[in-house]
Design a protein around this ligand. Structure first.
Ligand code: FAD
Ligand code: FMN
Length: 763
């Protein structure tokens, strides 16, 4: 086979080597525009796993590469004058130039024809004369541009500015992150050693800071001198160096995230950065390039046709790329938003940094550095006011709001049961909530309990509007207080445009088959074309509903609930005011966010006035309508939270969506937690995170990283009322309190857990 490889970076060279290894009769030519030793950039990071993959493919070059590897286990973070070190991270790195020289040598040895100083402006002549052409010509691939219509590259130019520099200052004891506050904002460096003399030193900052410094107008030398001044105390007198002499101007760039819809056309395939890039902060660009090279060489050999080989190559590698790009996106977004986290205590800041890509979990960190994690957990407990044993997972730290004191951070999220009769909770509710209260969570919610019969979502929804409701709820609250340590929160709401609909397990949100009642909303916008057109509320309607909220809050207070939550999310009445998707009013309750918040705030203030001063009030919001700029976006949710905070709301329960049938949510583990993170860290308001959080590890990492104060779990509590007690068993925590009658069960489950752990170790 006659093969042309365009670009002699890691992808191109390693593909050439891999093709020769699979069949020495392959005629392989690499065409590279630079000179052999004229390569730019500093160290590249690889993992032990990548090296194993390389060893399987070509033990010879793997041995050479390994010889030049610099290893480091620690990550050090300089933040607010404190250097925090954690260990067990296991990286290795090699100079980019060294790597390329080794690969060139190996390619030559195998008979690859290396043609340097040859620019390829257009891949087509090579496609005519070769059986297979691989375009490994990097981020700004000319080949990709030539067939842009086919490959449909999606290039997302990211917000931060960065420059690759090197230094002879030693960073050989740890991969080091340095955050420096300067006269123009924060600037940070990623520094790591890659050979005995040299370390990579990447300097990064926001575009705003970059502009204030005037880096764009500086020469490269001036830029470097400025960076040397900023990081003087870390450089030990060593200069910073640039070897990107080919780049004109200051050499700062914005990272472009590249992803192509297709990676092949006719006999040409894209590879490495040309096909897909991964942000340098997860150090995977070279890994992706090398592993893709191996994959394509394998498929070209194993598949009967080039088309079949390309198909397999794309489908196998695309999954890997998407996984890494997702981790890379989390990581780069963390750096883009780092100013949100810089106020955190160094311990929490460090934790947040280490878990930024969401690839490293809480327990994974424990495996890497148990001592560091134990200290971090103890810090968490101390700042939470725990005066007892602080060697416990963060989920078991206490939490206080006004005079409410929770024994831990796990909350049973509100979940409608649709079992009420005329709004009255039944034995079902008593049994259901009593079980959850015994299950170990710090607080349980009752479902959205409606302020009027018309304010119910379904005929099965509970209410706070008749004396019988009060009697039934009080019985439950009294039980929870007498027999458990849990606190209990009442969620009150009005269904608005989503009212008069079917039970949850019927056709959710669809109108009733018969017996519908009229519904109210901010505007006459129906939930869906099938739902009733609601009446746009008049001022008299608003007075009436506000007073119903107040009467319900008074009833909840008489029942003895410990906290109250006003439901202003999910498209129900108050939510229909907040989101512009359903609020079309032209009076002072519509239009600007300030206007859209006016009625929900009026309801809150009226409720606050009657709710006991010592007890907190929460508001649940939908922090993202998931329809893009037409609806509520996460930055607007921060503004919503600010208005709630200013009005005296104690905690924001950050949910999302369910406000429009147009919504296109992006689901995933903990998918709504970033909205809570943003609100908490930009406003300082206490928050609750909710949504697809189901493992103790999720809860602990959310809390430890400061992404929420409390964590709500809904569906996991449907399948396991004792979720918290079971989490304690999993974590080996014996301090949680079990109900006395259940102690024999407790002893058995811990014994069984210990036994299976021992057996696991023996295996
Ligand atoms: C200048 C530079 C420095 C880098 N430094 C680091 C680093 O220090 N640490 C790190 O982790 N990652 C670094 N990276 C990123 C990482 O190296 C890439 O993810 C990885 O190199 C991807 O490999 P690749 O072979 O796909 O692309 P590249 O390494 O970019 O290789 C592409 C090659 O194609 C050649 N080429 C491009 N266009 C043409 C053309 N029209 N004709 C002929 N030849 C062409 C280029 O000269 C280059 O040699 C760097 C990337 C670049 C471009
Ligand atoms: C059966 C069921 C009923 C729910 N009822 C309510 C409710 O009454 N009030 C509310 O705010 N959210 C309600 N939710 C949403 C949950 O509180 C929670 O936000 C959502 O299920 C995501 O959390 P999870 O992934 O842990 O289930 C309900 C969810 C379920 C599954």
């Amino acid at each position: 086979m006659k093969v042309a490889v365009l670009g002699g970076g890691p992808a191109g060279l390693y593909f050439a080597i891999s093709m020769k290894l699979r069949d020495s009769a392959n005629e392989v030519t690499v065409v590279e525009r630079n000179k052999p030793d004229d390569t730019f950039g500093w160290g590249v990071v690889l993992s032990a796993e990548t090296l194993e993959n390389l060893t399987r493919n070509d033990p010879v070059s793997a041995v050479w590469i390994r010889r030049y590897f610099a290893y480091w286990d620690d990550i050090a973070v300089f933040h607010r004058g404190v250097r925090t070190v954690s260990t067990g991270h296991g990286f290795c790195g090699i100079g980019r130039k060294r790597l390329l020289l080794l690969l060139q040598r190996r390619a030559r040895e195998l008979g690859v024809d290396l043609q340097f100083e040859t620019e390829v402006p257009d891949p087509r002549p090579y496609m005519d004369t070769h059986d297979l052409v691989v375009a490994a010509d990097g981020l700004n691939s000319r080949a990709r541009a030539t067939f842009a219509e086919v490959f449909k590259p999606d290039i997302d130019v990211r917000k931060c500015k960065f420059v690759w520099l090197g230094t002879h200052q030693k960073f050989d004891d740890a991969f080091t992150f340095i955050f420096e506050e300067t006269e123009h904002g924060w600037v940070w460096a990623h520094a790591y050693q890659f050979d005995p003399e040299t370390a990579t030193f990447i300097v990064e900052c926001s575009e705003e800071t970059w502009e204030k410094f005037g880096f764009g107008e500086m020469s490269k030398e001036e830029s470097i001198a400025t960076c040397e001044r900023l990081f003087e105390k870390y450089l030990g007198g060593h200069p910073l160096m640039s070897n990107a002499s080919h780049i004109r101007g200051s050499a700062w760039i914005n990272f472009p995230r590249v992803l192509c819809e297709r990676w092949s056309y006719k006999n040409l395939a894209l590879m490495g950065d040309a096909a897909a890039s991964a942000h340098f902060s997860i150090g995977s660009g070279t890994k992706l390039a090398l592993e893709s090279a191996v994959a394509l060489a394998d498929y070209v050999r194993s598949e009967p046709t080039l088309d079949a080989a390309f198909e397999k190559y794309e489908s196998a590698r695309r999954t890997e790329v998407l996984k890494l790009q997702s981790a890379a996106r989390n990581s780069l977004e963390w750096f883009e938003e780092v100013e949100r986290y810089l106020h955190l205590d160094p311990v929490q800041f460090n934790y947040s940094l280490l878990t930024r890509s969401q690839r490293i979990s809480h327990e994974n960190l424990r495996l890497r550095d148990p001592e560091w994690l134990g200290d971090a957990e103890a810090w968490f407990h101390r700042q939470a006011g725990n005066t007892g044993n602080t060697r416990r997972a963060p989920m078991f730290a206490p939490f206080a709001l006004r005079e409410l004191k929770l024994k831990n951070r796990v909350v049973v999220s509100p979940m409608a049961q649709y079992r009420a009769v005329d709004g009255c909770p039944t034995d079902w509710h008593f049994a259901h909530y009593a079980e959850r209260a015994k299950g170990g969570a710090g607080m349980i919610y009752i479902e959205m309990t409606c302020v009027s019969p018309e304010g119910r979502i379904t005929p099965g929804c509970t209410g706070f509007y008749a004396p019988a409701h009060e009697t039934a709820w009080k019985r439950l609250v009294d039980f929870v207080h007498a027999d458990t340590e849990a606190k209990i929160c009442a969620q009150i709401g009005h269904s608005g445009p989503k009212g008069s609909t079917q039970l949850g397990w019927q056709e959710s949100d669809a109108p009733l088959e018969d017996g519908n009642w009229p519904v109210l909303a901010a505007s006459d916008v129906p939930w869906s074309p099938r739902n009733q057109v609601p009446k746009a509320m008049t001022r008299a309607d608003m007075d009436m509903v506000r007073d119903q909220f107040v009467a319900s809050a008074e009833m909840a207070a008489r029942c003895g609930f410990d906290m109250l939550e006003i439901h202003a999310a999910h498209g129900y009445l108050l939510s229909s005011f907040i989101t512009p998707l359903t609020n079309r009013r032209s009076d002072e309750y519509g239009g600007s966010l300030e206007n859209r918040m006016r009625y929900p705030l009026e309801v809150f203030r009226a409720v606050r006035a009657v709710w006991p001063q010592e007890k907190p009030i929460s508001v649940r919001i939908s922090a993202n309508d998931w329809v893009g700029a037409d609806g509520i976006t996460p930055p607007e949710a921060v503004e919503i939270a600010r208005t709630l905070q200013a009005a005296g709301v104690d905690i924001c329960d950050v949910s999302a969506g369910q406000t429009s049938i147009r919504a296109r949510p992006v689901y995933g583990r903990m998918f709504q937690t970033p909205f809570s993170d943003r609100i908490r860290n930009e406003t300082g308001m206490a928050t609750m995170a909710v949504g697809n959080i189901y493992e103790p590890d999720h809860v602990n990492s959310i809390l430890m990283a400061g992404r929420a104060d409390l964590v709500c779990l809904a569906r996991p509590h449907l399948t396991d009322p004792y979720w918290t007690l079971h989490a304690a068993v999993t974590l080996g925590d014996r301090e949680v309190k079990w109900p006395d009658p259940y102690l024999p069960g407790r002893d058995q489950i811990y014994r069984l857990a210990e036994r299976s752990a021992t057996m696991g170790l023996k295996v």
